[in-house]
Design a binder for this molecule. Structure first.
Ligand code: SAM
Ligand code: SF4
Length: 330
């Protein structure tokens, strides 16, 4: 395995690259992609698959060992299955995961498996069909749920369900989601809503991890799970007697920056050291001017130097990040 060279001044080992391969999406979640507010990037501004693969190879030579493909919705991009296969053939990557809204899962699960993907995160914010339409703008709940069950039957493990906790929208579903971990070996991830970019969300009081935990406690005791090297910021637990796990990502209530192991590559080729700060290093421009791999490495190292110790988004202090989640990839 290549020596880890991506270590920042706070001694964080940045071994995890999250890659948004498109800013497009087939859903319009109220908290992420407000209709008519966000112009699409021109196709020429989006990195080609070859460009992304080259960046990953250089990243691996510097110590990146885990990659997650996200978007926008990654499965809407043409050629994605072939790209995933090429990615899984890169030596030195031990973990390749996919984050998807699950709409295309059911019809493409064989292709995802054949491409070498074993770990999938599926975003699902409600178990109620009508609410699903309200949140995403589309009537796709059944399709997504079938896709999740098929992925489970085909042995994808773990399957993580990402649920963004939204007061006034799905706040009454915390226990229903947590209870899924008794019936299935799924990892249920409760994510605090992060008020960034343009959004039509009205910020009331936010539903934060301590309150979510309190609600889930009626189902039993949350027992901490031992973390592994690729875990990143989620706090992991298991309800006693459950098959699956419960995780919490509390970007606002519990700054986890001291454990952050991530860099992010946006669809337009910007390398971002932090989700919640707008600093980015431009890889696309230098690559299109014919740069060498050494120059790409230098951009990685510059991003590492600019990784902030902490983000400054907090419960009372919002709106500092102008970039959309759909272009960064979450
Ligand atoms: N389209 C794919 C999906 O929905 O899984 C991948 C991209 S999406 C931007 C990645 C993750 O970011 C999703 O789990 C989504 O729920 C989450 N997300 C988007 N906007 C968010 C926000 N404002 N706060 C917290 N999570 C957010
Ligand atoms: Fe699309 Fe994912 Fe954003 Fe929803 S969260 S609008 S599915 S990119």
């Amino acid at each position: 395995m290549p020596k880890q060279k991506l270590i920042d001044k706070y001694n964080r080992h940045l071994n995890y690259l999250r890659i948004s391969i498109t800013d497009r999406c087939n859903l319009q979640c109220i908290y992420c992609m407000p209709r008519d507010l966000i112009p699409r990037l021109p196709h020429s501004d989006i990195l080609s698959y070859e460009e992304i693969l080259r960046i990953v190879r250089v990243g691996v030579s510097l110590g990146i060992s885990k990659v997650r493909i996200t978007g926008g919705e990654p499965l809407v991009r043409k050629g994605v299955y072939d790209f995933l296969s090429q990615l899984s053939r890169i030596d030195g990557l031990c973990d390749i995961a996919l984050t998807t809204n699950g709409v295309f899962l059911k019809d493409n699960i064989e292709k995802i498996k054949a491409a070498g993907i074993k770990r999938i995160n599926i975003s699902l914010d409600t178990l109620n069909k009508n609410k699903y339409r309200e949140i995403t703008g589309y009537d796709r709940f059944d399709h997504v749920w079938e896709g999740i069950k098929i992925a489970h039957e085909m042995g994808f493990d773990p399957i993580k369900l990402n649920m963004v906790a939204l007061n006034g929208v799905n706040e009454n579903e915390m226990t229903d989601f947590a209870a899924l971990s008794f019936s299935y070996p799924f990892h249920i991830r409760f994510i605090e809503y992060m008020p960034i970019g343009k959004s039509r969300m009205k910020y009331g009081p936010l539903l934060l991890v301590p309150e979510i935990k309190k609600r889930i406690n009626v189902l039993g005791k949350l027992v901490p799970v031992t973390k592994d090297i690729h875990d990143g910021p989620a706090e992991r637990y298991k309800l006693e007697g459950a098959k699956g796990e419960i995780g919490f990502i509390g970007a606002l209530s519990h700054h986890f920056c001291n454990k952050c192991n991530r860099l992010r590559l946006t669809a337009s080729g910007q390398l971002r050291p932090c989700l919640l700060s707008d600093h980015q290093e431009d890889l696309r421009s230098i690559m299109r001017k014919g740069c060498s791999d050494t120059e790409i490495s230098e951009i990685f190292l510059a991003a590492v130097r600019h990784k902030p110790s902490d983000h400054n988004l907090s419960i009372n202090h919002t709106g500092n990040v102008s970039c959309q989640m759909s272009s960064i990839g979450g």
